[in-house]
Design a protein around this ligand. Structure first.
Ligand SMILES: *Cc1c(COP(=O)(O)O)cnc(C)c1O
Length: 461
């Protein structure tokens, strides 16, 4: 048996030097790498009995898949909402694997203290009061899930039921009211047994994606005190429109609802004095979702879930029946999220926040918004495209100018753009119109990248 594990252990320094060298090569050429790739089909190889060692494995990976890696972390990947990785976040992520802490308890490592401090930094960055407890999770979808689980816990409690003990059996459906939710909220409701069809879509304001709060008020009044969940959007994916949280929060005085704010990327508007007002009122929400692998520019998979009701979060995710003492004194993280064992995902966030601070993030946000604005202006002035909504923040939502444009037209055009390689954008539908989104949330993106993007969009027509 070729004992590769032993040999790699002995060659560790050399292997890590190779990793550094390889990483530098990749990062040096990231701006030139195709933003996205349609990989050619591959033939799978079989597992080898004795392996080939780490260095040869890396060579295999590079040969077979290296060229197929997209520039997703690079400056012109504008699909979905995609952040990059700051240098400090990268350092933190490497060390996360080196330390390999299982951040599920406070009894064996200081890792949970790093998590608590990262959450503290984030509350300060985002202007959230200390009343919010925060936890790291794998993404905004899981954050929405954790938040809505608390909403479910609360609503069932209103009916006198502990839903973790008895389930939803016998309870009336819990109404969920929302205007322009992210698809992951539906997924979360499905996972929670609450049913996608129990969502009531509240109308939006004219030519907006923001909720018509008067319509919400009417719906809440019709519930006659029945507990409900309201999901507000702080940054819709198509146009980054914001629900009026101050108005929604004020309805809490008269109506019985849990307010969840999905601020996956829009929450970062709070980093800038220019945009902070868009989130006014969120400090009075019950739960909040903020993604980290988007605008915080840490590696996948990382997000935060914030709550003003940590007791309900623990009630929903408590892992044992053992009495835990006062719940606020129980930092044992197995009781806080769907996961038991957890990656030390706070470290990249802590590192990047420590390294770049408040002004670093303000600059990233404002720069990406200015870039989006500029792209929006080009589109507005072009006869070939049609801007579908004002550029509120960091997403440009537009379509091809031809009459009766179909989803197939958009897809064919976006395939050409992807194959061109200079930029990557993703399709959507906006108010029934097949459309294109460019979401700019990478710290590395420069104005020159937007100019390259604009030229590519014209060349691919
Ligand atoms: C991206 C996004 C999500 C889902 O986030 P993941 O990190 O992909 O799980 C949820 N809500 C909003 C508003 C988003 O933009």
């Amino acid at each position: 048996m070729a004992n590769w594990l032993q040999r790699d252990k002995e060659n560790r320094e050399d292997l890590l030097a190779t990793a550094v060298h390889t990483a530098n090569q990749i990062l040096d050429t990231l701006p030139q790498r195709p933003a996205a790739i349609n990989p050619p089909p591959t033939t799978q190889t079989d597992l080898k009995t004795d392996g080939i060692g780490a260095k040869a494995a890396l060579a295999q990976f590079q040969t077979r898949f290296g060229a197929g890696m997209s520039g997703g972390a690079g400056p012109r990947y504008f699909g979905f909402v995609t952040g990059g990785v700051t240098p400090a976040a990268l350092l933190g992520d490497w060390l996360t694997a080196v330390y390999d802490q299982n951040v599920m308890a406070d009894m064996d490592s200081a890792a949970f203290q790093v998590e608590e401090e990262a959450i503290h930094f984030l509350r300060q960055l985002l202007g959230l009061p200390d009343a919010f407890a925060g936890t790291f999770v794998g993404g905004a979808t899981i954050s929405n899930f954790v938040s809505l689980a608390q909403g479910r816990q609360w609503a069932a409690q209103q009916w006198g039921v502990d839903v973790t003990q008895t389930g939803l059996y016998g309870l009336p459906p819990i109404p969920v009211l929302t205007a322009t939710p992210h698809s992951s909220s539906y997924k979360s409701l499905a996972m929670l047994g609450m049913g996608k069809q129990n969502v009531t879509l509240i109308p939006t304001l004219p030519a907006r994606e923001a909720m018509d709060v008067a319509a919400l008020e009417a719906q809440l009044a019709a519930l006659q005190g029945q507990p409900a969940i309201v999901i507000a959007s702080s940054g819709t994916v198509n146009t980054v429109d914001f629900d009026d949280l101050t108005a929604i929060v004020s309805l809490k005085e008269r109506f019985n609802f849990w307010l969840h704010v999905d601020a996956a990327f829009g929450g970062f508007a709070a980093c800038s004095p220019r945009f902070r007002h868009l989130l006014a009122g969120w400090e009075l929400a019950d739960s909040i979702t903020v993604d980290a692998h988007k605008w915080l520019n840490v590696p996948y998979d990382s997000a935060m879930t914030f709550t003003r009701h940590p007791d309900l979060q623990v009630a929903a995710f408590q892992n044992t029946a053992v009495y835990l003492g006062p719940l606020a004194d129980s930092p044992s993280l197995v009781h806080w999220t769907p996961q038991n064992s957890r990656r030390f995902r706070a470290l990249p966030a802590w590192m990047t926040l420590m390294a770049y601070g408040r002004s670093g993030y303000q600059a990233i946000v404002e720069q990406n918004c200015a870039q989006s604005h500029w792209l929006g202006e080009q589109i507005k002035q072009s006869a070939n495209f049609r801007l579908l909504a004002p550029v509120y923040l960091n997403v440009v939502c537009f379509t091809l100018a031809k009459d009766g444009v179909t989803m197939a037209d958009i897809q064919a055009y976006l395939d050409r753009v992807r194959d061109d390689g200079r930029v990557f954008l993703t399709p959507t539908q906006y108010q029934g119109v097949p459309a294109i989104r460019a979401a700019i949330s990478n710290w590395q993106t420069e104005m020159s990248d937007i100019a390259i993007c604009w030229q590519a969009l014209i060349d691919c027509l």
